[in-house]
Design a protein around this ligand. Structure first.
Ligand SMILES: C[S@@+](CC[C@H](N)C(=O)[O-])C[C@H]1O[C@@H](n2cnc3c(N)ncnc32)[C@H](O)[C@@H]1O
Length: 217
């Protein structure tokens, strides 16, 4: 393992370790899914091609319940094997869905050019900036030309440690995300700051598109 890979694995574990399947947050968050989808998410991603969807950092699959009726196929991915087991049980009768554990810094099991939409909500807000950068490079690989990625991310630069920052947000901003997106060879479609709980503009929503012809960054 290279030094870079080892460091990414360490950073990914720092965001992933607290989220085993027995974390009580999952049941709590489930109650807010309809509201988040109707108010913030769907208006932002309406018009995307939902044919082949990746639900990145899927947790217990609350976002997948919204995405599956729109999708032909969905791959849910999470760093925690225990969450993937929850999803496999929850969606056992859903032939369109499959669920995979990943490294925590890439989506290597998604075939190149397969995805029409890579989606992540309420998870990248905790990822270290280096992990976000690496995911974006692999998102470029996994998207088909014209495919899009929707990212709900942090917009907080008041501290470096997500575990002690407000609402567990990592060090990230709208501007940083735009730079990472450009460095990954992706085009910005739209971006906006959103509130989280009582925190004004704590988060960002960013929608990007893979150009129809672009070199691998
Ligand atoms: C707050 S939970 C949210 C889960 C889901 N997105 C939802 O909205 O319910 C954060 C999720 O991110 C996953 N996670 C944390 N760090 C990760 C990483 N580096 N790569 C992939 N998944 C990660 C956790 O295992 C957990 O399932």
């Amino acid at each position: 393992m290279s030094d870079k890979t080892a460091e990414l694995a360490r950073l990914a574990a720092y965001s992933g370790d607290p989220w085993g399947a027995n974390n009580s947050y999952f049941a709590h968050a489930e109650k807010y899914m309809d509201m988040a989808w109707d108010k913030n998410i769907f208006p932002f991603i309406d018009g995307c091609d939902f044919t082949h969807v990746v639900d990145l950092a899927c947790g217990h699959g609350r976002n997948s319940t919204k995405l599956l009726p729109l999708a032909t196929e969905l791959i849910g991915i999470d760093i925690q094997a225990s969450n993937i087991e929850v999803c496999r049980t929850r969606f056992a009768t859903e032939p369109k869905a499959s669920f995979l554990t990943n490294s925590g810094f890439d989506i290597a099991d998604v075939p190149s050019g397969w995805a029409t939409l890579i989606y992540t909500f309420d998870a990248m807000v905790h990822f270290e900036p280096e992990v976000v950068q690496n995911y974006l490079l692999d998102i470029h690989r996994a998207l088909r030309p014209g495919g899009r990625a929707f990212m709900h991310h942090s917009n907080y630069t008041g501290g470096r440690d997500w575990r002690t920052n407000p609402s567990s947000r990592n060090y990230m901003s709208l501007e940083m995300m735009r730079r990472f997106v450009a460095d990954a060879g992706l085009n910005l479609v739209r971006q906006k700051a959103i509130n989280w709980g009582s925190h004004t503009d704590l988060d960002g929503l960013t929608l990007v598109e893979k150009p129809h012809s672009s070199p691998t960054p």
